[in-house]
Design a protein around this ligand. Sequence first.
Ligand code: SF4
Ligand code: SF4
Length: 167
Amino acid sequence: MIMTRKVLIDMIKLRSAMIENSINALPEAYFYPEQNINGLKSIRELATFRFTCRKCEDAPCINICPAEALEKDENGVVTRYTNLCIACKSCVTICPFGTMMSDFFEHHRNKDLLYDLNSESEMEKFINACPVGTVTITDEDESPEKNIYSLNEKVLIKEILYITEKQ
Ligand code: SF4
Ligand code: SF4
C-alpha cells in the first residue's frame, strides 16, 4: 500500500506562535485543487474559512465587503475571490471572532516564502520555514477525535471546530 505523506497544520499552535512571537506574516503554501478556479489561494486561508470560521448566519464579513469578493458556498463556507478582492481588510476588522488575518492578503508579495506542496522538497522547506512545531509531516489520516480534519489529499488541519446547536 502506498502511504501518502501529508502536511499537518496545527492552527491552534500557529495562532499562539504568531501572537507570542509577534509574527505578522507566515510562509504560504499552495496547491491547485480542482474546485479552486479562483487563482492562487493560501492553504491557511482555505483552512480558516472551512474549520475556524464560525459561519455566521448574517455574515458581517460578506456584508461589509465593498468588492463583493466574499460569498458562502452551499455548506456555509466563505470563499474569497482573489480576482475581486481589493485587500481593503474591512472583513478582517469586522469579523467578531478574529477569524480572518491580515496576512491572508500578503501572500502574493513574497515569492520567496511561497511553497508548492505538490513537491516533496518544497513541502520540507515549507515546514522548516514555519514556526517550530506548528507544521509537521504525517502518514496519518483524518481523525476527528483528535481534532484533525482533511483539507485535501495533501493537507490535514488540526483545529477545534465551533459547533452550533443547529449542526
Ligand atoms: S479585504 Fe476587502 S475586498 Fe477583500 S474580501 Fe475583505 S472586505 Fe472584501
Ligand atoms: S464574520 Fe468572521 S466568523 Fe463570521 S462568517 Fe465572516 S469570517 Fe466567519
